[in-house]
Design a protein. Structure first.
Length: 212
């Protein structure tokens, strides 16, 4: 494998980043709620993830892992305090309406879940904090250390400011991954009308967790 560089995502790399996230989230329980049909899921995820990634870019904290050929291999979208939930205007400016029109049925399934996640988010953490919205590595490269480097890049900035970070995940495997990196579960819920569990985790600033 060629050397991997972790750096801010560039505007022209947004489509490539969204494609990686679409592949990374293909088996994620949340993505399966949004689009149960595997033949349509990756496309639906790309459409619906795009506005979220683009709305985060202006804050300058979207990290990308890029190889020597310029291929985006992993992405982490961090948003700072005050922007941890994108406004409707920000999402519309980032292409939300086109995304909703492209995959209306998936969008209709997504909206109640997003509402539930935001309510859980509000219960889980009060006061200034960052949010890790999307974090994914190309499935063929998961377990190679790229994800850890992407997290380290965000944590360095957040720790320097003495602030917390919040995220959600839909799998116990991911809960364990994040706990090893200083996060702790602060809330657990079940997505309405599904059997899908979701956990909210918080990382306090300057946590120094022992990696395996």
């Amino acid at each position: 494998m060629s050397p991997i560089d972790v750096r801010p995502l560039r505007t022209g790399e947004t489509d490539a980043a969204v494609e990686v996230l679409g592949r990374a989230f293909f088996e994620d329980p949340g993505a399966i709620i949004v689009e149960p049909d595997p033949a349509l899921r990756e496309m639906a995820c790309r459409q619906l993830f795009g506005p979220v990634v683009r709305s985060a870019l202006p804050f300058g904290h979207v990290a990308a892992a890029v190889d020597g050929d310029g291929r985006v291999l992993g992405v982490a979208t961090w948003v700072p305090p005050g922007h941890e939930t994108a406004t409707e205007d920000e999402l519309v400016a980032a292409g939300l309406l086109d995304a909703l029109a492209a995959v209306p049925e998936a969008a209709a399934r997504m909206n109640p879940m997003v509402g539930f996640l935001e309510a859980q988010h509000a219960r889980a953490v009060v006061g200034p904090h960052w949010r890790l919205e999307f974090f994914g590595v190309d499935p063929d490269l998961q377990g190679t250390g790229i994800g850890g480097r992407l997290l380290d890049a965000g944590h360095e900035t957040i720790d320097a400011r003495g602030e917390r970070c919040y995220l959600e995940t839909f799998t116990t495997k991911n809960v364990s991954f994040y706990e090893k990196r200083g996060y702790r579960v602060v809330v657990e819920g079940q997505v309405p009308d599904t059997r899908t569990l979701v956990w909210g985790l918080v990382r306090e600033p300057s946590t120094r967790a022992a990696f395996p």
